[in-house]
Design a protein. Structure first.
Length: 150
């Protein structure tokens, strides 16, 4: 069996709303809407049309991420991207974000596993990609790097 390798796919920069936090029967729910953004890589680039992230904070303080994005390829079709993952960060992180600063990427664990859905054609290869991503958090923005697992 071949050991999986990671190939850079796209860097994404999301513009987000302030998270909405509420208590539900499942626990603390954190909903963040994506207002727009951009993405760029060697094989595709474009704009983020919108999306959102619906996370639940578990009993150990880790975020269980459930996200969806709609991407518009610059010279091509719309791509639907969905991802699940985990985010863990220090207790003072919300205060850092509220002060207008980004978090130190080495202080958090932010990983997701994106998959894509696109019409058949020149970008149909995205339908076969399993991705992994590493991200960070800033006030009103979320940058992350997406890699294709080969």
């Amino acid at each position: 069996m071949k050991t999986p390798e990671l190939v850079p796919l796209i860097d994404i920069h999301l513009e987000t709303t302030v998270p909405n936090v509420s208590t539900t029967s499942l626990g603390m729910r954190v909903t963040t809407f994506v207002l727009g953004g951009t993405f760029e890589g060697d094989r595709l680039r474009g704009t983020v049309l919108g999306g959102g992230d619906w996370a639940v904070i578990d009993t150990q303080g880790a975020f269980r991420i459930d996200g969806r994005l709609t991407l518009q390829i610059e010279d091509g079709p719309v791509v639907h991207m969905s991802y699940n993952g985990r985010l863990s960060m220090p207790e003072d992180s919300m205060g850092i974000l509220a002060s207008g600063r980004a978090l130190d990427p080495s202080a958090i664990y932010f990983r997701t596993a994106p998959v894509f859905e696109v019409e058949p054609g020149p970008y149909g290869w995205l339908n076969t990609v399993q991705g992994v991503a590493a991200g960070n958090l800033g006030p009103g923005f979320v940058p992350f790097e997406v890699y294709e697992v080969i």
